[in-house]
Design a protein around this ligand. Structure first.
Ligand SMILES: Nc1ncnc2c1ncn2[C@@H]1O[C@H](COP(=O)(O)OP(=O)(O)OP(=O)(O)O)[C@@H](O)[C@H]1O
Ligand SMILES: [Mg+2]
Length: 362
């Protein structure tokens, strides 16, 4: 049985639409959902992964903490895929210490901005286990290279989020990338991660795709698509405010005479999402001709748009599912309404992935 992790972190997903907070307790009897909350942000406080209104976002964060009566100030946050570059590179095989020493020089040619402006991280994907073999004997060209996943995150964006967390009186312990936090939640929810899956997170302003093979990310892409496209189209077609448009989108306001206009907006935007996902899948099948995607796993608030899942499944011919990040947590039904949690589940994926981490994690 796994040892419960102490020093858990509060998972904070600061998106452009809302902040999602998850707190998980790791107990001897398993993982328990301790807290979950969401607070909306005004339009343009966070734009495509950058914080425009520090004070506004920090005070929303403080309110969320106060409302939920959270004590733990140590938090894990994620920056968006827009602020990172994830790239798989092929380099000559070497020992880990040697790799550590040379990764900056190697990375320079792959990163489109100044290397001193990024925080660099990496993961060896393949080729590691054969290092001792090549030392002893002959080697073919193919065996003398290794695959390394480079993750370069813009320092100024990390600093921006860190200042935001400080401004809210909290302590940022860990900074992840939203796509990897989703992957973390996905791995917890799967008994067996073997095979290829496309994790697709559709929020308000970001559509992120992360293809994972046997638990390792092999491809990521982020584009400026999401639920806000619909809200903005409604604002201009119906001549209403942002709040009213959100309400119309979620079915909370009657639009009898303009039903067709609304459906047209949905169809146009959703087609764009599906095309974007199909382009990524096409790229994957060209790059990895032997792999086939088992499932498309959806997260993010916008994936709930009526009809979207069916349409995506029809267009890709791949089973489409919603990520259920609460499924493996113990839930006290006196505290949390199971129907509410099940509705919120896809939108909570990033925050759950972050809340699974603890201080001792790197
Ligand atoms: N039932 C629903 N139908 C359609 N859209 C929905 C529904 N519920 C939420 N949304 C939309 O989902 C979006 C919010 O999702 P999410 O919380 O994942 O975004 P975010 O993380 O704040 O944004 P991002 O990561 O893109 O910056 C909003 O555009 C919201 O209108
Ligand atoms: Mg998001």
């Amino acid at each position: 049985m796994p040892v419960p992790k102490k020093n858990k972190l509060v998972g904070l997903d600061i998106g452009s639409h809302s902040i999602k907070l998850v707190e998980i307790d790791d107990t001897k009897k398993g993982m328990v959902l301790k807290n979950f909350g969401i607070i909306g942000l005004p339009k343009d406080a966070v734009v495509e992964g950058t914080v425009r209104e520090m004070e506004v976002v920090a005070s929303a964060l403080k309110n969320l903490y106060k409302n939920l009566k959270i004590k733990n100030k140590n938090v894990a946050i994620a920056i968006s895929g827009f602020s990172v570059i994830v790239k798989k590179i092929n380099i000559a095989k070497r020992e880990e210490a040697e790799l550590e020493a040379s990764i900056h020089d190697e990375a320079e040619q792959y990163i489109p901005f100044d290397i001193s402006d990024v925080n660099l991280d990496y993961e060896i994907l393949s080729g590691k286990e054969e290092i001792s073999e090549i030392r002893d004997g002959e080697e073919s060209d193919e065996e003398s290279v290794m695959d390394v996943m480079l993750v370069a995150a813009k320092k100024d964006i990390i600093e921006e989020y860190v200042s935001l967390i400080h401004l809210a009186g909290l302590n940022p312990v860990l900074v992840d990338v939203d796509a990897f936090a989703v992957q973390n939640a996905f791995e917890m929810s799967m008994k067996d991660v073997s095979g290829c899956y496309a994790l697709v997170n559709i929020g308000a302003e970001e559509l992120g795709i992360n293809a994972v093979k046997d638990g390792v990310s092999i491809f990521t892409r982020d584009s400026a698509y999401g639920g806000s496209q619909i809200t903005e189209a409604i604002m201009s077609e119906f001549d209403v405010s942002f709040e009213e448009a959100e309400n119309i989108k979620l079915g909370g306001a009657k639009v009898d005479d303009k039903k067709e206009v609304l459906e047209e907006i949905f169809t146009t935007v959703v087609s764009g999402w599906v095309q974007e996902i199909k382009r990524a899948l096409d790229f994957l099948s060209t790059t990895y001709p032997d792999e086939s995607i088992e499932k498309i796993i959806l997260s993010g608030g916008a994936c709930r748009l009526p009809g979207f899942k069916k349409f995506l499944q029809m267009e890709t011919d791949i089973p489409v599912m919603e990520l259920k990040p609460f499924a493996d947590l113990q839930i006290n039904e006196k505290v949390f309404d199971p129907r509410y949690l099940s509705y919120m589940a896809p939108q909570a994926a990033v925050a759950v992935g972050l809340a699974l981490r603890s201080i001792d994690d790197k």
